[in-house]
Design a protein around this ligand. Structure first.
Ligand SMILES: Cc1cc2nc3c(=O)[nH]c(=O)nc-3n(C[C@H](O)[C@H](O)[C@H](O)COP(=O)(O)OP(=O)(O)OC[C@H]3O[C@@H](n4cnc5c(N)ncnc54)[C@H](O)[C@@H]3O)c2cc1C
Length: 280
């Protein structure tokens, strides 16, 4: 295990904002995670930081990176076990090489497999849980458990893993043969044209309310393009908040509050953040 003391977290959030943590742990095995949880408080498991906003200044939060848990293993012909630190783009390369179909619509999501499972991330009609058989977690009693998908509560951008604060160690997936490269190419094109990838951002800021779209509600409320400091509701995609250069944590938080207030007063709908916020 490697421990980096007094580490600046700015580069570990895709919003390029973040203060100084006392401890940044890079673990190499499951026992090290248990050890940290037994000995430290305020632990946050960080993947690629593509959905996480981190406060400025001195942080009480200690961060644990599982990026070294990054193996993909074949269990049976069409079943694989993937460690949670695997970069999702590496999993896409793997399924392409093995000619497995299923994950194509999710291609281009910039997180880790752990981050995607935690959120039940998804895109274009699919979500990561569609192809999961079971998830291996370190539970609240420090027991390692393999839980079948049917015994895990999950829904749109939500899993019980969040509320139980389990650490995701790995997951097994089952696929059919027939990787569809054309879908990946088409989706990457859509992402390139629709998303403000040229600026720091965290993807969709708000969850889509039932039978509605956060982006539509934001446009309807007249806040697309609204700016506080260097934080702006993207002109390209209204559900993305972008950092125009030197946005502070406060700028982003104030912008989120403003959007929620305006959307509620103009449309009657309460938006809920999709991004994860570290506020201490
Ligand atoms: C340009 C862009 C496009 C995006 N498009 C999409 C999209 O189409 N669909 C979508 O769903 N998301 C999208 N996102 C959001 C984000 O990429 C996903 O939510 C992704 O799954 C987050 O993964 P991460 O590793 O970066 O997680 P992080 O931001 O590092 O962490 C997110 C949460 O997951 C938890 N977590 C991470 N790993 C573990 C683990 N092993 N065990 C327990 N908890 C863990 C963290 O503690 C945190 O609470 C996009 C983001 C960007 C910047």
């Amino acid at each position: 295990m490697k421990i980096i003391k007094n580490h600046l977290m700015k580069e570990y959030s895709n919003m390029k904002i973040g203060g100084i943590t006392k401890n940044y742990f890079i673990v190499e095995n499951k026992d090290e995670i248990k050890n940290i949880l037994d000995n430290y408080r305020n632990i946050f498991i960080i993947g690629n930081g593509t959905n996480t906003l981190i406060r400025d200044g001195e942080l009480e939060t200690n961060f644990v990176s599982l990026k070294k848990l990054n193996k993909i293993k074949k269990i049976e012909d069409n079943i694989i076990e993937v460690e949670s630190g695997v970069d999702f783009s590496d999993l896409i390369s793997y399924v392409e090489k093995e000619d497995f179909t299923g994950l194509e619509n999710l291609a281009g999501i910039p997180g880790t497999v752990g981050g995607l499972i935690y959120m039940n991330g998804g895109a274009y009609g699919n979500e990561i849980f569609d192809y999961i058989l079971e998830v291996e977690v370190l539970d609240e009693n420090r027991n390692i458990r393999r839980i079948k998908k049917e015994n895990i509560d999950f829904s749109y951008r939500n899993t019980e893993i969040q509320e139980k604060k389990w650490v995701i160690l790995s997951a097994s997936f089952k696929f059919e043969k027939g990787f569809k490269k054309d879908i990946v190419v088409e989706i990457q094109k859509k992402r390139d044209t629709r998303h403000p990838l040229e600026l720091p951002n965290l993807g969709s800021s708000f969850k889509n309310p039932k039978d509605n779209f956060a982006a539509k509600l934001i446009i309807k409320s007249g806040v697309q393009g609204y700016r506080i400091g260097d934080a702006q509701i993207s002109e390209k995609h209204p559900n993305f908040i972008v950092n125009l250069g030197n946005a502070s944590y406060e700028d982003i938080i104030n912008l989120i509050s403003h959007v929620k207030k305006e959307v509620l007063s103009k449309t009657g709908v309460s938006l809920e953040e999709e991004i994860v916020i570290i506020d201490k």
